[in-house]
Design a protein around this ligand. Sequence first.
Ligand SMILES: O=C(O)[C@H]1O[C@H](OP(=O)(O)OP(=O)(O)OC[C@H]2O[C@@H](n3ccc(=O)[nH]c3=O)[C@H](O)[C@@H]2O)[C@H](O)[C@@H](O)[C@@H]1O
Length: 276
Amino acid sequence: MATKSSNGEQQTSSKPPPLPSPLRSSKYFQANTRILVTGGAGFIDSHLVDKLMENEKDEVIVVDNYFTGSKDNLRKWIDHPRFELIRHDITLPLFVEVDKIYHLACPASPIFYKYNPVKTIKTNVIGTLNMLGLAKRVGARILLTSTSEVYGDPLTHPQPETYWGNVNPIGVRSCYDEGNRVAETLMYDYHRQHGIEIRIARIFNTYGPRMNIDDGRVVSNFIAEALRGEPLTVQKPGSQTRTAFVMSRTWLTALFVSWRGRTLVRLISGTQVNLQ
Ligand SMILES: O=C(O)[C@H]1O[C@H](OP(=O)(O)OP(=O)(O)OC[C@H]2O[C@@H](n3ccc(=O)[nH]c3=O)[C@H](O)[C@@H]2O)[C@H](O)[C@@H](O)[C@@H]1O
């Protein structure tokens, strides 16, 4: 029964409390893990999001500034109750509550990362610092996707994880090579100094659906030229070799294994192909 206090305000009520939202008892609101994917609208990143969304117990938050990524890659998840898409540039701090961070944000094709090299290095350095600060604050585990380019112009083939590379610090690709090297250093320093649980996956040449046709890397260039009926262009010296890993469930499984396993892994296909 409702009672009135001396000043006339209602202090108690027999009215039952409001029912929780019916959504609270739906399976979507019992997330085990909330996962942040930076750069999630990109080529590799959006495949990762598809895979993460398969786990009905997880919520996925994507942040992207759409410099090279596209909302189209995530179209099927927009409006899904376990999915959230935020337009955000990670060179600015980000405050979200998450359990795991997949930090993939950075243009990876030379055409795009050389377009604004200062922005590229800011993304690698300040962006990674911000994501590590976030991981530190919320106690999240963080995986950085790095690149085979941390080896620069390697003097050893193939490159084992123990190889430190041969990198030009002042070249036109340095914003990406050195940027990723600093990002890796930050990861290890936050691990050593702050105890953050880290993983680093160095990704070698990967191609597949959702790659930009004008991406500028060798496999997509060859495919675009073949589709146009043009001869394939092999740049000088012509003796270069590359591995080419197709985006697939196998690729994604390898990334997940790296998440569970060792701190530093390379995602590389077994076969070196001579471009000629
Ligand atoms: O300069 C220093 O002397 C210190 O810099 C950092 O400490 P701090 O600047 O307090 O920053 P963190 O908490 O590590 O965060 C790093 C970045 O992440 C950002 N951040 C933090 C938390 C968060 O949720 N989101 C987010 O974007 C912060 O704004 C900051 O720019 C290091 O963690 C310290 O070890 C170091 O001593």
